[in-house]
Design a protein around this ligand. Structure first.
Ligand code: ATP
Length: 890
């Protein structure tokens, strides 16, 4: 298999290519051959998805400012002959790297696991059967089956193409879909003219086909031009970037403060070496190094948790946006309803036929309206019932319902097709809202049409009655319109069936038809939907239905789903179709923003509505499943595609994929999104308030002429060991029970807004005051030496910081029962830190090294008592302060 042979695949016949690639078009490749080719060509991936090795992650830990500072401090200790301290700093350095390594390793692996779940799948013919495989397993010579909505997964030479259209804009920039064929094309033709090929990355917009894989992975046209390889290097969420920026800004501020402290200390007569080391330790203390890593870890863990709940997030940044969503534009069928349809009734010229009441055993009279209705419904159909079992059915549930009711009445599609083989199909056209099939009949062709009732009525000139076809008068048409709307008000979904007989199969299918009747389908609202809609209402998130269905059906379903606030406002899309979000009048805009249900909407209207809501300051989540929904999904802040029902094109455009297609999953994901954001905010507040207090304590003590309250190693110990665990625990919390009873966060708001800064300042100040207070008491009241007094200060600070986690609880949660006290990790982290502090105090060699002489029982009592002050005052402040002054979401 030389490269040339596949390069020129477009200009040879597909039979010849199949021969060259040693592929049997009917059976596809065998398992052994696939294995061989996979080894020769590698997986079908664009980027070499190198797993980030553990070593690379480890080395990454040593590229940070902290490590540089620590190394400098260690070297300085060794140079000054303080070997023990040098070793201790080296130890802290290693410990810090270990913590960083473990968290980054976990985050990276979580993200890789998610990428694996999101892998695209593709239909192939292998070993004589058709099956779904992961797209990366494709090899040259494989036979791939294509249908509308698929994203092509490798370069293919087409061997079958029925009405096959592809959008190749990713490769050619040309946005109009190209009609494909199996005929070879000229050798000199440019990429866009190679109609006999389907290229990786392009989207099938219409029709169906099959093709032989000619190239995979980087060998494909997309692979050659793609710069994806560089771009895909791990996406960094904006949140992480913002945290990183925040960290960098703080570095300069604190370096300046540290420098000031050093100078002040030296002027005050402190030892120069000690002061320099203290400065270094303070600088280390204040670099919020852990922030981005903990953020990634919480995001990644949250994404994994969401995927276990059937919501697959494809972009890390979406987690953040989810929590800020203010409006959900949802479709109806399959998202709010079960998409399990049953035919309940036929409305015919001769009267209504209730399917259940009708004796299924006796088929209707051969040329009665009922017989025609069953027949047209089964002929104008793309679904398959398989062996009748649930799993073997495939296709649109509406069409499955039509097939199965016809089967029940003895009109199976197979037997119908034996009499009237299908010769042509006009795929469902979303603009005309109709589809048609053409069948050979005795003396010409039978056209079978089904579609949205209004659309079909418009093109019918006759209607079938008991005695054959009669003219469709204006009066009659109006009656049909009324019958349609009456049935729709019961929440039934209606389709009109029509037919005609013509000599030529190429006649226009949507002209001069004979109406057969209406079929009513029942698609029940999902049981959990009313509850989920209620939940989103409580969370301050509006839910708006955009449906392609009839206004009356949509309204009835919306009521059942308990949409809207009592009053339900329903608008037909035709009323607003021409609106332009840029020029729309203020009145119209207001009116549209208050609508609960938009019926008969087209994909263009969906896009317009997304813009309109966004212009009004909304963060828009939108669901969609069709190829045409892709632009609106991309435009929405959170595009949501359906995992089961959605096309690959929609999934590719989306930020979130609902694997169970259920509306309630969106609400569950929003809850997670809000929780993650809250968690990140909490640990940022926590870590920063700890850092602020350390800098303030040393700075103020030096400024006030007191002895040093904290030694450099102690600062390192607090910062790199004991602060970290509670912060991590906060990042992993399950969140506040009430998170979905609050309005969404203002999307423009910074992670650390003004209120957070105030909280950081207050908590930092409280810890500082109590630590310095305890230090002063130890010196002047208990009369301790400066050494044991420093131990009191150290201990006060360490304990106060631990208790401080309880101060970052939500202001409206209970004092004792809140998301922090319910978080098991927090208690674990506190126990661990207390143990570590115990070691530091009571293991003599460690106490020596850290400079922690025993302060005696009084000292311990003083430290413990003082450490509780910030907790008590903090809680009192949370209790009394107005909500608007607190750091939480208000
Ligand atoms: P939703 O937007 O809630 O999923 P929908 O499925 O009704 O609702 P569309 O897919 O846009 O929305 O379809 C619009 C209308 O076109 C349907 O209400 C139906 O009347 C008609 N229709 C849909 N699919 C077919 C089909 N395969 N054949 C014929 N008519 C169809």
């Amino acid at each position: 298999m030389s490269k040339d042979s596949t390069d020129a695949a477009f200009c040879m016949t597909f039979q010849k290519l199949a021969e060259k690639l040693e592929t049997d078009l009917k059976t596809g490749l065998g398992a052994d051959e696939v294995k061989k080719r996979l080894e020769a060509h590698g997986p079908n991936r664009l980027r070499r998805q190198k797993k980030k090795s553990a070593l690379a992650i480890l080395l990454h830990q040593f590229k940070s400012i902290i490590v540089l500072l620590l190394t400098a401090a260690a070297v300085m200790s060794f140079v000054m002959g303080d070997i023990a301290e040098g070793v201790a700093i080296a130890f802290v350095l290693i410990l810090n790297a270990a913590i960083g390594f473990i968290s980054e390793f976990k985050a990276t692996r979580s993200i890789e696991a998610l990428m694996h779940i999101a892998e695209v799948r593709t239909q192939v013919r292998r070993g004589g059967e058709v099956r779904m495989i992961d797209a990366h397993e494709l090899v040259p010579g494989d036979v791939v089956i294509l249908e509308a909505g698929d994203v092509v997964t490798a370069d293919l030479r087409l061997s079958e193409a029925s009405n096959l259209h592809a959008d190749e804009s990713v490769l050619t920039g040309e946005s109009a879909p190209v009609t494909k064929s199996t005929e070879p094309v000229d050798k000199e033709s440019a990429l866009g003219d190679r109609l006999s090929m389907a290229f990786k990355g392009t989207a099938i917009t219409q029709g169906a086909g099959e093709g032989i894989v000619t190239a995979t992975g980087m060998e494909t046209e997309l692979g050659r031009i793609s710069d994806l390889a560089q771009n895909a290097e791990g996406e960094v969420a904006p949140l992480e970037r913002r945290l990183d920026k925040l960290g960098h800004r703080l570095v300069w501020l604190t370096l300046a403060l540290a420098a000031l402290t050093i100078v002040a200390g030296i002027l005050r007569g402190h030892d120069v070496a000690i002061m320099v080391q203290t400065g270094v330790a303070l600088a280390i203390a204040s670099v919020p190094e852990g922030l981005p890593v903990v953020a990634t870890l919480s995001l990644a863990r949250g994404m994994l948790r969401m995927s276990q709940r059937n919501a697959l997030i494809t972009r890390l940044s979406s987690v953040e946006t989810l929590g800020a969503t203010t409006v959900i534009l949802t479709d109806k069928t399959g998202t709010l309803t079960e998409n399990r349809m049953t035919v309940v009734r036929y409305l015919l010229a001769t009267g209504d036929v209730d399917v259940e009441a009708c004796a299924a055993a006796e088929g209707p009279e051969p040329y009665s309206p009922m017989a025609w209705a069953l027949r047209i419904g089964a002929l104008c159909n793309n679904a398959e019932l398989g062996d009748g079992s649930k799993d073997s059915r495939s296709g649109d549930p509406m069409e499955i319902a039509l097939l199965s009711v016809a089967g029940d009445f003895g009109a199976s599609r197979k037997s119908l097709l034996e009499h009237n083989p299908e010769v042509k199909q006009h795929a469902f056209d979303p603009n005309r809202k109709m589809m048609a099939t053409v069948h050979r009949a005795n003396d010409g062709h039978l056209f079978a049409i089904k579609g949205a009732p209004e659309a079909v009525f418009d093109v019918c000139t006759k209607v079938i009655g008991q005695d054959g076809a009669q003219d469709m008068t204006d009066d009659a048409r109006q009656k049909w319109i009324d019958r349609n709307s009456q049935a729709a008000q019961d929440g039934l979904r209606l389709l009109a069936l029509a037919m005609k007989e013509k000599a030529s199969k190429d006649a226009d299918p949507y002209e001069s038809l004979t109406l057969v009747g209406l079929v009513c389908l029942l698609d029940p609202v999902r049981a959990d939907v009313p509850h989920a809609i209620e939940a989103s209402r409580n969370a301050g998130v509006r839910v708006v239905m955009l449906t392609g269905d009839h206004a009356d059906t949509a309204e009835a379903i919306a009521r059942e789903a308990s949409l809207g606030d009592g009053e339900l406002s329903v608008v037909e899309s035709s009323e607003i179709d021409g609106f332009d979000p840029k020029t729309i009048s203020e009145d119209d805009r207001k009116r549209i923003l208050n609508v609960d249900v938009f019926a008969r909407v087209s994909p263009e209207t969906k896009l317009m509505l997304v813009s309109l809501f966004q212009d009004a300051g909304h963060i828009v989540a939108m669901t969609g499943d069709g190829v045409n929904d892709a632009p609106a999904l991309k435009k929405a802040d959170i595009g949501i595609a359906m995992g089961q029902r959605g096309t690959q094109v929609a999934q590719e455009a989306a930020d979130m994929i609902l694997q169970d297609d259920a509306f309630a999953t969106i609400i569950a994901a929003m809850r997670q999104g809000r929780t993650i954001f809250d968690n990140i905010r909490k640990f940022v507040i926590y870590l920063m308030s700890c850092n602020v207090s350390e800098v303030l304590i040393v700075g103020l003590a030096v400024g006030a002429g007191l002895p040093m309250p904290l030694l450099p190693l102690q600062i390192l110990f607090l910062n790199l060991v004991t602060d970290v665990f509670p912060a991590f625990a906060l990042g992993l919390g399950k969140g506040d029970e009430n998170v979905m009873t609050k309005p969404p966060r203002d999307p423009a708001e910074a992670i650390i807004n003004r209120r957070c800064w105030i909280l950081i300042g207050i908590l930092g100040a409280l810890v500082t005051i109590s630590t310095l207070g305890a230090f002063a008491c130890a010196l002047f009241w208990l009369g301790l030496e400066s050494g044991p007094a420093a131990t009191v200060a150290f201990l006060t600070l360490a304990l106060a910081q631990l208790w401080n986690v309880f101060n970052v609880r939500d202001h409206d949660a209970g004092l004792l029962r809140n998301e922090v006290t319910r978080n098991g990790y927090i208690w674990g982290a506190i126990a661990l830190c207390l143990g570590l502090l115990g070691f530091a105090l009571w293991i003599p060699s460690l106490a020596d090294l850290l400079g922690l002489p025993n302060p005696g029982r009084d000292g311990l009592v003083l430290a413990t008592a003082a450490s509780l002050v910030p907790l008590l005052l903090g809680q009192a402040w949370i209790w009394f302060a107005k909500p608007s002054d607190r750091g939480d979401r208000g």
